[in-house]
Ligand binder design. Structure first.
Ligand SMILES: [Zn+2]
Length: 68
């Protein structure tokens, strides 16, 4: 764990993630970053299982200025 002080309060929320089922691997990804219903681990290609973790909230709203 990093104990660097932050100036902003980081909001945390329970988040759906995919976790690698390989005990020797710490791979995981956020559910909303996965592109399939059953993703495989990006590190070892093992099947992943869904679980909930408390993670800092990722703000997607900051790049709204991108025009289409
Ligand atoms: Zn893995």
């Amino acid at each position: 764990m990093y104990s660097r002080k932050t100036f902003e309060e980081i909001e945390e929320a329970e988040t759906d993630v995919w976790s690698c089922t390989n005990e020797d691997c710490n791979g995981w990804m956020r559910d909303n970053f996965s592109f399939t219903d059953r993703p495989s681990c990006p590190l070892c290609q093992t099947e992943m299982q869904k679980e909930a973790r408390v993670l800092p909230v990722v703000e997607n709203a900051t790049k709204k200025t991108v025009t289409g």
